[in-house]
Design a protein around this ligand. Structure first.
Ligand SMILES: [Zn+2]
Length: 190
């Protein structure tokens, strides 16, 4: 296929660089911690809906550089190469290179300025398989055991970021809440 950047790389990524929402794709020790925490939640009567686990490193690379080039944050020739991707960002013409990168940001549905003023990150706990996005719901109050066996009664609240007792139970199993990102839990809270 054409190595030059453009919309066909979105189709390529949707086959070769997909994100996962499978718990089995998480890194080994964090995977076991997540499985334990979710089992505890479900046994207590909560419902857990997983929306994202491991993020593809290649996909993150395509997000990052297409966003930067499309927004004029770097020259097309300045984008780093990545083994196993082989995309050519520089078409030998900055206007054409930028238009091709813009096709990709649209195809990926990336948030652009002013909605987002930061390029999508090249590294994250999702890429390392050490973060999970999930929505946890229950009716009323559940009794949840911490890892040490002590239990705590926790009322459901629509704002999970403020439900500190729930964060405390998760942390006892090694699954830590990032308080600025509603569905996000990770091995270190970032
Ligand atoms: Zn996340």
């Amino acid at each position: 296929m054409d190595a030059r950047s453009g919309a066909h790389w979105v189709a390529w990524a949707n086959t070769h660089a997909r994100n996962s929402r499978r718990i089995e794709d998480l890194e080994g020790s964090f995977r076991r911690d997540v499985e334990t925490f979710i089992t505890v939640l479900e046994r207590a009567g909560a419902r857990v809906e997983v929306s994202a686990t491991r993020r593809s490193r290649k996909r993150a690379y395509l997000f990052h550089w297409s966003w930067k080039i499309a927004n004029g944050k770097c020259r097309p020739a300045d984008a780093d190469p990545m083994a196993g991707v082989g995309i050519r960002w520089d078409h030998g013409d900055d206007v054409a290179s930028r238009a091709a990168a813009l096709e990709m940001t649209r195809g990926f549905g990336l948030a652009m300025p002013p909605r987002s003023v930061y390029a999508p990150a090249l590294s994250s706990n999702h890429i390392a398989g050490r973060a999970i996005d999930m929505t946890i719901r229950w009716n009323g109050t559940v009794e949840l055991p911490r890892k040490d066996g002590s239990t705590v009664a926790i009322a459901w609240t629509p704002n999970v970021n403020s439900n500190l007792p729930l964060h405390d139970v998760g942390a006892s199993y090694g699954v830590r809440k990032l308080r600025s990102d509603a569905p996000h839990w990770s091995f270190n809270g970032r």
